[in-house]
Design a protein around this ligand. Structure first.
Ligand SMILES: CC(C)(COP(=O)(O)OP(=O)(O)OC[C@H]1O[C@@H](n2cnc3c(N)ncnc32)[C@H](O)[C@@H]1OP(=O)(O)O)[C@@H](O)C(=O)NCCC(=O)NCCS
Length: 218
């Protein structure tokens, strides 16, 4: 069953909590997190990887120390010793989201902003771009971000990232299922999968409670 989790954390964590969560993660992702220039980027990556570990511990009744996350050459993370699950992470602004399924999945979240038309031409295929331009101005941003997050969730499901041009996704994705979730009116959250049953959970209070669970799980 496909599962989508969302965690909101716009405030800077205190350094003790940051270090504690960091210590639960694999060494390679720890290094990546510590190399970010902005604390917001470091924290989003920290919490995304934390959300995945916490959820895998719960779903498979395993200890955090038993989970080994590896990354493909293009950066897609997998749980090396839990091959029956596929997951994906995305972050934007204050939101960190993750999706889990037994089949390949991809997720994307974007904050709705004003549209840059040059950028939109690179992200949407011609039909979607024309459809967007035919809408009232106020309806264009939600439409644009829905198309963008669909396209990005597809390339993330495939594990290819930007190696697949986003405008080509519509032609390539005829077997994929896309879904958007009403998480926050300022953001668009979309998932791409090839299965159909879905639940959504919002783990706003996850940090405190899951820290405890992970500490006990070590
Ligand atoms: C995947 C990608 C589209 C994500 O872009 P983004 O909008 O900046 O970030 P998002 O918030 O949507 O997602 C970030 C998360 O996606 C996941 N991710 C990274 N690469 C991924 C890939 N190839 N496929 C699927 N998921 C990927 C990671 O979990 C990452 O978070 P983390 O690093 O904190 O663990 C982008 O990073 C990309 O194109 N990566 C491929 C890199 C590449 O082509 N490198 C060239 C050779 S090294």
């Amino acid at each position: 069953m496909l599962k989508v989790l969302a965690l909101r954390c716009g405030e800077k964590l205190d350094s003790q909590k940051f270090q504690k969560i960091l210590s639960f993660l694999d060494e390679d992702i720890q290094k990546k997190i510590l190399s970010f220039y902005k604390w917001q980027d470091a924290q989003r990556s920290l919490l995304g990887n934390f959300l995945v570990r916490v959820t895998l511990c719960e779903m498979f009744q395993v200890r955090n120390s038993d989970i080994k996350i590896v990354r493909s050459k293009l950066g897609k993370p997998y749980a090396d010793n839990i091959p029956q699950v596929s997951f994906n992470i995305a972050h934007s602004g204050a939101w960190i989201v993750a999706v889990f399924d037994s089949l390949p999945v991809g997720i994307d979240i974007e904050k709705i902003k004003e549209i840059d038309l040059d950028m939109a031409r690179k992200i949407l295929d011609t039909d979607d771009f024309e459809e967007m331009m035919s809408l009232k101005e106020s309806e264009r941003p939600p439409y644009f971000y829905k198309c963008w997050t669909f396209n990005e969730s597809y390339v993330k499901m495939q594990g290819k990232g930007m190696a697949i041009p986003l405008q080509s996704v519509k032609k390539l994705s005829n077997k994929a299922i896309f879904k958007t979730y009403p998480l926050d009116s300022n953001y668009v959250l979309s998932v791409c999968t090839i299965s159909s049953k879905t639940t959504i959970g919002n783990k706003n209070n996850l940090i405190e409670t899951k820290l405890k669970i992970l500490a006990e799980a070590r």
